[in-house]
Ligand binder design. Structure first.
Ligand SMILES: [Zn+2]
Length: 266
């Protein structure tokens, strides 16, 4: 017997090793399940969902905010950014939303690509027109926002302790698979007020309203997206991304948002 670990920890690790050897049981789902239906009790039981759209948004420059130096404005900035993010993605009926650090993860099913884009551009417009100026008025700090979107297969289950000594907060949904990571990496690669999407998400965009501008200001419709070569960047499992710098047009934003939402329901 080694003296390295407490006996209580030894037994935890022993049980984990046993579990690791057992075969996992994966159930295919056709859409993102309700959070309450994501399994927890059986540690071997996972769900698998194909082509999940993952949007990741986070603040750019949030390390400038400090809980010790300017605690009140830091607290307000987090509330404004992530709190509004959750509400916006909820209003676009994202089936799963989670707060992650100084950002928000929102998932959509594969047949909701245009809805996901509409939600992303709406949040982007809020971040660039409202969040940024309110925070800089209050703190004189330049805090921005950036975001990424990817789509691919995910596995999900809740991992942790279901209920222990009356507490139920020791578990969380774990989304295992590439797209959550890729969306977060695309976000971190992007500039302030930039949305970067993987080419496999770009291929899901079919509506002209998702691909070309409304024509403002000089009645000329141009491509919204700029190609970005990622073939030399081994953090990504795709070679190309597409970048969007613009927000909703002040004249046509509402109308274009509705066109995107209608496209997914037709
Ligand atoms: Zn316009």
């Amino acid at each position: 017997m080694s003296n390295q670990l407490l006996p209580s920890i030894e037994s935890i690790i022993k049980a984990s090793k046993e579990l690791f050897k057992q075969t996992v049981e994966i159930t295919q789902k056709s859409s993102i399940p309700d959070t309450q239906d994501i399994p927890i009790a059986n540690p071997k039981k996972w769900l698998r969902i194909e082509d999940v759209i993952c949007i990741f948004v986070d603040m750019k420059g949030s390390t400038l905010l400090s809980a010790s130096k300017h605690d009140k404005s830091t607290a307000s900035a987090y509330q404004l950014y992530t709190g509004t993010g959750v509400k916006i993605f909820h209003s676009f009926e994202s089936p799963y939303i989670d707060v992650r650090g100084d950002g928000v993860l929102a998932l959509f099913d594969s047949d909701k690509a245009h809805t996901a884009l509409a939600a992303a551009v709406t949040f982007k417009t809020f971040a660039n027109t409202v969040f940024k100026s309110l925070v800089s008025d209050k703190t004189e700090l330049d805090i921005g926002s950036h975001m990424g979107i990817d789509i691919k297969t995910l596995l999900v289950k809740k991992i942790g302790l279901k209920s222990i000594n009356g507490r139920t907060d020791r578990n969380n949904e774990v989304w295992a698979g590439r797209p959550v990571n890729m969306a977060a990496k695309l976000s971190s690669l992007s500039n302030d007020n930039e949305l970067l999407i993987s080419d496999r998400f770009f291929k899901k965009l079919k509506s002209d309203a998702a691909l070309r501008t409304c024509g403002c200001p000089n009645d000329e419709k141009v491509n919204l997206w700029e190609e970005k070569d990622l073939s030399d960047d081994d953090r990504f499992d795709f070679n190309k991304a597409y970048s969007l710098g613009s927000n909703w047009c002040t004249k046509h934003g509402k109308e274009y948002c509705q066109i995107l939402l209608d496209f997914d329901t037709e």
